[in-house]
Design a protein around this ligand. Structure first.
Ligand code: BG6
Ligand code: MG
Length: 218
């Protein structure tokens, strides 16, 4: 029986992965003079703000000094915050509220494992901050995904060992982080992208704890 479920935020609980892409793309278009594709954006998912900018700059062959990078990262975040400030509880992805309720009913702990520094304000905006027994976000970690730090901290705070944890992730880097933490992983998205996940689902709609445990061989 699993003891804790650790959920990524962006792209799992809310569709903010799309807002991150929109804001980075605007930065590349307006400030750097090139475009970034949706395919390239897959490699940014789950990656920290500063590392994302470094990857974008390398992608476009642009070299900047630390002060210039800082200014661009701030501008991207300002645009991103504008987008998330319009969110409401209606933006919670299909099946999430029901699945969190089933998880709680089954006596399984609920943790957030996100590298985003905007995680708490987002959870507040969509009204589900109280659903979590532990919140590990970008303000509590030193290494972004695919480093396992964020999930190991979550497990520790929930009093679970890694083999009692299940990670829910939409990012390739996030699935790798979960695996490196020694946890079972559920990919939310496309099987051809999330090839390393133990199970891949389009979303959590109608998923029962029983079926999930079976699929993960708990
Ligand atoms: C992750 C997203 O959850 O958080 C990344 O998948 C994002 O795209 C990262 O870069 C950091 O987020 P923030 O809000 O701190 O810039
Ligand atoms: Mg994500």
């Amino acid at each position: 029986q699993p003891k804790a479920f650790l959920f990524d935020l962006d792209g799992v609980i809310v569709d903010t992965a799309h807002f991150h892409y929109q804001a980075w793309r605007r930065l590349a278009n307006e400030k750097l003079g090139f475009d970034i594709s949706e395919e390239f954006n897959e490699s940014l998912k789950g990656v920290s703000r500063t590392e994302s900018l470094d990857r974008i700059l390398a992608h476009g062959n642009v070299a900047l000094n630390p002060a210039e990078k800082e200014a661009l990262a701030t501008l991207k975040n300002d645009w991103y915050v504008e987008l998330i400030n319009k969110m409401t509880p209606d933006d919670i992805l299909p099946g999430i509220n029901e699945f969190l309720a089933k998880t709680r009913l089954a006596g399984i702990k609920i943790g957030l494992g996100s590298v985003s520094k905007n995680a708490k304000p987002i959870l507040e905006r969509i009204g589900i901050l109280n659903a979590f027994d532990a919140i590990i976000d970008g303000t509590k970690i030193t290494k972004g995904k695919p480093d396992p730090e964020v999930f190991l901290k979550g497990a520790e705070e929930l009093g679970a060992s890694p083999d009692q944890c299940v990670v829910f992730e939409d990012a390739v880097a996030g699935i790798e982080a979960g695996r490196r933490a020694g946890m079972k992983t559920v990919g939310i998205g496309q099987p051809d992208i999330l090839t390393e996940a133990d199970v891949v689902l389009a979303n959590l709609n109608n998923l029962t704890i029983e079926d999930l445990q079976k699929a993960l061989h708990f």
